[in-house]
Design a binder for this molecule. Structure first.
Ligand code: BGC
Length: 479
């Protein structure tokens, strides 16, 4: 089959295209190489009922052993870069920096060297949700000491791998694990301490990010010359009523601005609307102080501007419906809206993920308008199904979303790179192996974890040759 590159939709010159994974989701080897137990090991082993199929990442894609095969596939598809993360407890088996695992460190050297030998740029996420269980026992991200623990970990990552890495992301989606894991119970550690723990968690995550950024600036930038940022998850919110611009704006501030405003806005600090509303709600509820912690002016300045790029994970959109104070759940009372969906939107195998391509263009324009022209790297975007090799819906999704992104670039958005999530079918957190995002299929019943290209992997291979979008109909026939 010959690829029909669409001449109307070229990618800009110097635009980079890659694919991504994260350590816990693909590596396996959970207790090899001297690796210590991490929060996800503990969570899946002790509370398997919270995972859709009761599974875990003990073996996952076995990429700890099969990384060479993975890199060969990335090379064959033609990706410019590979975004992956470092397993904290593989590097610090006791959880602390007084003891390092040589074997663990070597694994990442080998992976990075293998990538570079094939001309693939490593894009390293320092923290993608897995941390040593001992740190979780000490309060995880709600313990302010996590800021220092994270900085110790980041220092080792820069020292060891920095000379070979151009792109670093400090933390993946703090709003997700703070909201879902500390405030809620949809992900590890499932504390479910809503309306308090998530705010404390984010406060520490922002400080940890900023501290790692400053450390890179002071100790490593002059010799390593890399780019360092943070990865945020931002949906797009439509109004229920077309004339309602206020509720979608509030929704943007809570969803994206909670992390973005302190780092990327001119003024820094949490979005004004969050400050006002959570202060008010806390007062009404009789709290002695606001549940949203306060930064000192010095901290505001310390956090503001700590990113060389905006790392954006975007999957889906929602409709923001206003909720009156006192009528919704507690979290909704702080936010003042709830999320609804348009029944016309196609729903993926993951019930939270609807295909709404226009939302992607809108969020790129919104981020640009709100935070200026800093480069944006789309660090994740993708679609869930049940693992079919003929992944037609995923192809439709990628085509439509990439087209929206190219329109946004033409509109002036400074998007410099795009990452397809995910490279391999992998352990999808609470979804286990039931909802899959890979462009490459992994047979989880096969001890060898055989990898097979899906249609979408073939499409990407052609697209990367053309450097233009390719209509998907040739790939969606059952051939
Ligand atoms: C996370 C990934 C995850 C994906 C799909 C993102 O929020 O960073 O680890 O697999 O969403 O759920």
């Amino acid at each position: 089959m010959r690829a029909h590159c669409d001449k109307d939709w070229p990618f800009p010159k110097d635009f980079i295209i890659g694919s991504a994974s994260s350590a816990y989701q693909i590596e396996g080897g959970w207790n090899t190489s001297g690796k210590g137990e991490n929060n996800w090991d503990w969570y899946t082993h002790n509370k398997p009922w919270l995972i859709a199929d009761g599974s875990n990442g003990d073996v996952a894609c076995d990429s700890f052993y099969k990384y060479k095969e993975d890199v060969a596939i990335l090379k064959d598809i033609g990706f410019d870069f590979y975004r992956f993360s470092i397993s904290w407890s593989r590097i610090f088996p006791t959880g602390f920096s007084n003891e390092t695992s040589k074997e663990g460190i070597q694994y990442y050297h080998d992976l990075i060297d293998e990538l570079r030998s094939k001309g693939i740029e490593p894009f390293v996420t320092i923290y993608h949700w897995d941390h040593p269980q001992i740190l979780e026992k000490m309060g995880g991200w709600v313990n302010e000491l996590m800021v220092d623990f994270f900085t110790d970990f980041a220092r080792l990552v820069f020292q060891e791998f920095g000379p070979k890495v151009r792109y670093f992301a400090t933390i993946n989606e703090p709003s997700f694990f703070c909201f879902g894991g500390y405030g809620g119970a949809v992900t590890a550690p499932a504390w479910n301490l809503t309306l308090n723990a998530e705010y404390l968690c984010m406060h520490n995550a922002l400080k940890a990010h900023a501290k790692a950024y400053h450390m890179y600036d002071e100790e490593f930038r002059s010799t390593q010359n890399g780019k360092i940022g943070i990865v945020l998850t931002c949906q797009y919110f439509f109004g229920q009523d077309k004339n309602d611009t206020v509720t979608p704006d509030i929704a943007f501030q809570y969803d994206c601005g909670w992390t973005a405003h302190p780092i990327f806005s001119k003024l820094g600090d949490y979005p004004k609307i969050m400050r006002k509303r959570i202060d008010e709600n806390s007062r009404i509820q009789g709290w002695p102080r606001s549940r949203l912690p306060t930064f000192t002016q010095k901290e505001i300045e310390y956090i503001r501007g700590t990113a060389d790029y905006f790392g954006l994970n975007h999957y889906t959109s929602h409709i923001a419906v206003p909720v009156k104070r006192g009528t919704g759940e507690v979290w909704e009372n702080d936010r003042g809206f709830h999320q609804a969906v348009d029944p016309k939107w196609p729903v993926s195998a993951a019930s939270w993920l609807m295909m709404v391509p226009e939302g992607f263009g809108n969020i790129l324009r919104r981020i640009t308008k709100e935070y200026g022209n800093l480069p944006i790297y789309v660090t994740e975007n993708g679609y869930a199904d049940h693992g079919s090799l003929n992944d037609h819906e995923r192809l439709k999704y990628y085509y439509a979303y990439l087209k929206e992104m190219l329109v946004a670039i033409n509109d002036g958005c400074n998007v410099k790179g795009y990452t397809a999530w995910s490279f391999l079918d992998d352990f999808e957190w609470r979804g286990g192996y039931t909802t899959l995002f890979g462009i490459v299929h992994v047979d989880f019943n096969d001890p060898g974890r055989k990898r097979t290209y899906k249609k979408s992997a073939k499409w990407y291979k052609d697209l990367l040759k053309c450097r233009k979008l390719i209509p998907v109909h040739n790939y969606t026939n059952n051939n």
